[in-house]
Design a protein around this ligand. Sequence first.
Ligand SMILES: *[C@@H]1O[C@H](CO)[C@@H](O)[C@H](O)[C@H]1NC(C)=O
Ligand SMILES: *[C@@H]1O[C@H](CO)[C@@H](O)[C@H](O)[C@H]1NC(C)=O
Ligand SMILES: *[C@@H]1O[C@H](CO)[C@@H](O)[C@H](O)[C@H]1NC(C)=O
Length: 330
Amino acid sequence: MFTRGKFNRLTRNEYIPEIIIIISILIIIHVCNTYYEYTGNQYILIDKNDLNEVCQLYPSTLLGGKEEIIMSEHIEWSDNPNVQKGGIYSPNDCKSREDLAIIIPFRNRQYHLKLLLKYLHPFLQRQKRSYQIFVVEQIGNITFNKGAIMNIAFQEALKIRSSFGCFIFHDVDLLPENDYNVYECDPKTPRHLSPAVDELRYVLMYNHLVGGVLALNKEQFIKVNGWSNLYWGWGAEDDDMAERIRNSSYYLSRPPNFIGRYKMIRHEKRERAVNRYELLNNWRRYLSDGIKQLDLLSYTITSVHKENLYTHILVNLTRSSTDRLEHSIE
Ligand SMILES: *[C@@H]1O[C@H](CO)[C@@H](O)[C@H](O)[C@H]1NC(C)=O
Ligand SMILES: *[C@@H]1O[C@H](CO)[C@@H](O)[C@H](O)[C@H]1NC(C)=O
Ligand SMILES: *[C@@H]1O[C@H](CO)[C@@H](O)[C@H](O)[C@H]1NC(C)=O
């Protein structure tokens, strides 16, 4: 009797107003979500630490973008008397918040590195971060595998100091302009620190961009399984990382554009990853290709050397280094 009555109501279209209301609500939720995705995830980090002796997230030493960046053609290695050999620094007037490893993948760009370190050390010291800068370089002249050498640097950094809690992967050709862009991990989610680059008119090009400067804490990096080891050439490992982050149920957070500003010092065109599109469709294999599979790569650490302003990790990784990993996936 009851079910029949219900059926009759349906046939008389009495549910249509309710259906329209439900559909409208769904559409509104969808529009709000989309809007949130594009705007709501740009926020400044809030200092939740109320212990007195711990360094403030925004100490009074910050300049807030008032420092002038001079890009002269001829630049020498600049001294930084506060930095210990290996590019290590810790503030001495407050208790440091967390140990930060800055990882700079590098290749043949001495000029960029000199310029970046000239500004990055004082920048981080004004922020009172406790940090070590690692420059990881792939030996020789073969195609670059940025993802793999960043994974290797992550692992080597933890061998050197197991207390590293936050990892910032930093392109060598981006200079931060505003020290309110604190180099600290967002405990909630991976944080893309470089949304606004001068060459891209200081606007975020697309919402899933993670290239440039990306901060993940140790737990987040392991959950996304690090970077893919299988992209040879520039660029595509970033888009792959964006998918890893999304698939791990994280969303990207970012500083607002007026804080997350960078100057780009790139000149030449780069060799794009040859197998780019093929691999991008395969990002779903991310659980079987990443930091957890590093032992399937045949590479050697040629040297780990403490230079004055950074720790230099030199890696011998050749095209055949990834063969075993590739076969394990097929
Ligand atoms: C590496 O390749 C570049 C351009 O292809 C060349 O200019 C440079 O001399 C090479 N370096 C070595 C060490 O072979
Ligand atoms: C992540 O990818 C896997 C494999 O494609 C899929 O089963 C899973 O539902 C995805 N998770 C999320 C949160 O997108
Ligand atoms: C790098 O490793 C390969 C093989 O694994 C070896 O043939 C080559 O000589 C190494 N290169 C250097 C510079 O050590």
